[in-house]
Design a protein around this ligand. Structure first.
Ligand SMILES: NC(=O)c1ccc[n+]([C@@H]2O[C@H](COP(=O)([O-])OP(=O)(O)OC[C@H]3O[C@@H](n4cnc5c(N)ncnc54)[C@H](OP(=O)(O)O)[C@@H]3O)[C@@H](O)[C@H]2O)c1
Length: 235
């Protein structure tokens, strides 16, 4: 039996990933910073709820204790994330970005990934086939955002893409440090969720596909990669 924890699983891509992995037979923990939203989601999914705010050490430590007491962890999906949007859901200009804004986004998207991964490492190391999926974004690709011919080139904000570039490097470094784990970064694609004011062009079913796939890779699967549903993408 595989036990999987998904951060920020009360809605959006995390919720859909939970739905699919429950159907695949995983014991799934729906991590949610809001107990009410998390419990409701877990009930709907036939999953377990664990209170987990990725920006809060105490909440992450408590989540580790709960999951440990109930049997341990095989798969960690670092999915919780935020994006700062401006007026009318606009993408903020580089010139308007402040250090505080960057700090807020990094607290969840970057420090949150390290806080949660670091805390759950001892549990993952006890699993016979540990897997980590870091939900990055194509917007974290230095290659794409610097290429005038890339569809992602138009995106001018600083906070969100730099946070996902950091997630990519975190993935590379953890993958090297833990060769017995499968640790990959994934790009779900532009998906209609609250994150982007529902402007995304894909459904959550389409977006969750690569997360679900990389959550289910076996011990001989790839590690240290950055992939979307079609395969590796440029860093
Ligand atoms: N949608 C896209 O087009 C797209 C594309 C590429 C990558 N992604 C990535 O996919 C992931 C999921 O995003 P989504 O599109 O599904 O967005 P979403 O619907 O807004 O869901 C984000 C989830 O993260 C949770 N969250 C935010 N801050 C948290 C915190 N401090 N602690 C715990 N949970 C927290 C939210 O909880 P609350 O309900 O409490 O706010 C929510 O459950 C993110 O990492 C995002 O960057 C999305």
């Amino acid at each position: 039996m595989t036990t999987t924890l998904i951060t920020g699983a009360n809605k959006g891509l995390g919720f859909e990933t939970a739905r699919r992995l429950v159907a695949a037979g995983h014991t799934v923990y729906v991590g949610s910073r809001d107990p009410e939203r998390g419990r409701r989601a877990a009930e709907r999914l036939g999953a377990r709820f664990v209170h987990l705010d990725v920006t809060d050490d105490a909440s992450v430590q408590a989540a580790v204790k709960t999951v440990e007491a109930e049997g341990g962890l095989d798969v960690l999906i670092n999915n919780a994330g935020i994006e700062v949007r401006g007026e009318n859901n606009g993408i903020p200009a580089a010139a308007d970005t402040t250090a505080d804004e960057l700090r807020t986004v990094f607290e969840t998207n970057v420090f949150g990934v390290v806080r949660v991964t670091h805390a759950f490492l001892p549990l993952l190391q006890r699993s016979p086939a540990p897997v980590v999926v870091n939900v990055s974004s194509g917007l974290g690709s230095l290659t794409r955002l610097s290429d005038p011919d890339s569809p992602a080139h138009f995106y001018q904000a600083i906070a969100y893409p730099t946070s996902k570039t950091a997630v990519n490097m975190i993935t590379v470094q953890y993958a090297k440090a833990f060769p017995d784990m499968r640790i990959n970064a994934v790009e779900p694609g532009f998906t209609s969720t609250d994150l982007n004011g529902r402007t995304g062009t894909q459904t959550v079913e389409q977006g969750a596909e690569i997360i679900v796939r990389m959550a289910q890779i076996g011990p001989d699967g790839p590690t240290g990669g950055y992939v979307d549903v079609e395969g590796p993408i440029p860093w």
